[in-house]
Design a protein around this ligand. Structure first.
Ligand code: ZN
Length: 266
């Protein structure tokens, strides 16, 4: 059963047509694609994460350097949620579309690893990841495996096995540069695409929110699926308002069933 209107269903069909006709589509996802998996928006107010502390006091790079234990204590409930979360039908539908060749790259603002858990490859994580950690003294990078479990279970702060420095998860804090290579790849993908599908992003956090503009400026189509309108709604070829965990699977179904088996293009 679907609560979607006939008009939305028609729009989904049109969006599917655009995706099938595209040759170099890219996908951009934000927090909204993971809220159906129970993950709160790390950067938004009103999620409970910010209710007790000022984010700049715990989640900025300066704050981390000054009082890493405060940061680790604050982010632990979110880290536990991320670690235990499972991908939802929207992540799965995007993985299916990617496997069918509808697009190569997923650019995401999320740090939750759910696209990868759903089977997607080539995910550009513009706000970093919890999967790896870097030493704040010697800059050596480590897999979070082995460090993350004692932290999640007992709150044990991870230290560098090489030099004893404190390890910082490779998520991007306030006041921190985006990962350069990832960001360059994301920009290049957007400048060279002929369609951009924005799913679950309210396009409020810069600079990622500006990526669809780079695509639009070069004549790409824009499809937006989100629970609320965004600043680019007026420029979208198709605007799909509603629950992405419902809309994206329907969209994938339309794209793939209109073609031969599991291939995106005829
Ligand atoms: Zn070190």
């Amino acid at each position: 059963m679907t609560a979607l209107s006939a008009q939305t269903l028609e729009s989904i069909q049109y969006a599917a047509e655009l995706i099938r006709k595209s040759q170099r589509a890219v996908v951009l996802t934000g927090a909204g694609i993971s809220t159906p998996s129970g993950i709160p928006d790390f950067r938004s107010e009103g999620t409970g994460l910010w209710s007790k502390v000022d984010p700049m006091e715990v989640a900025s790079l300066i704050a981390f350097r000054y009082a890493p234990e405060k940061f680790y204590e604050w982010i632990r409930p979110l880290a536990v949620q991320i670690y235990n979360a499972a991908p939802n039908p929207a992540h799965q539908a995007l993985a299916r579309l990617q496997a069918a060749g509808c697009f190569k790259v997923i650019i995401t603002q999320n740090i939750d690893n759910l696209h990868q858990k759903a089977g997607s490859s080539h995910v550009l994580e513009t706000h970093g990841t919890f999967r790896t950690m870097s030493c704040t003294q010697c800059f050596e990078r480590f897999s979070s495996n082995g460090f993350i479990e004692p932290y999640l279970q007992e709150g044990k702060i991870p230290y560098c096995p090489r030099c004893g420095g404190i390890l910082k998860p490779d998520i991007i804090l306030f006041g921190e540069q985006l990962p350069v290579q990832t960001w360059n790849e994301a920009q290049s993908a957007c400048r060279n695409c002929d369609l951009i599908l924005v799913a679950g992003s309210s396009l409020e956090v810069l600079p990622v929110a500006g990526l669809p503009l780079q695509a639009l400026d070069r004549g790409a189509h824009l499809v937006i699926a989100n629970h609320q309108s965004t600043y680019l709604g007026v420029r979208a070829d198709v605007l799909l308002l509603g629950d992405v965990a419902e809309i994206i699977p329907l969209l994938a179904e339309q794209v793939l069933h209109a073609g031969s088996a599991e291939s995106c293009h005829d």
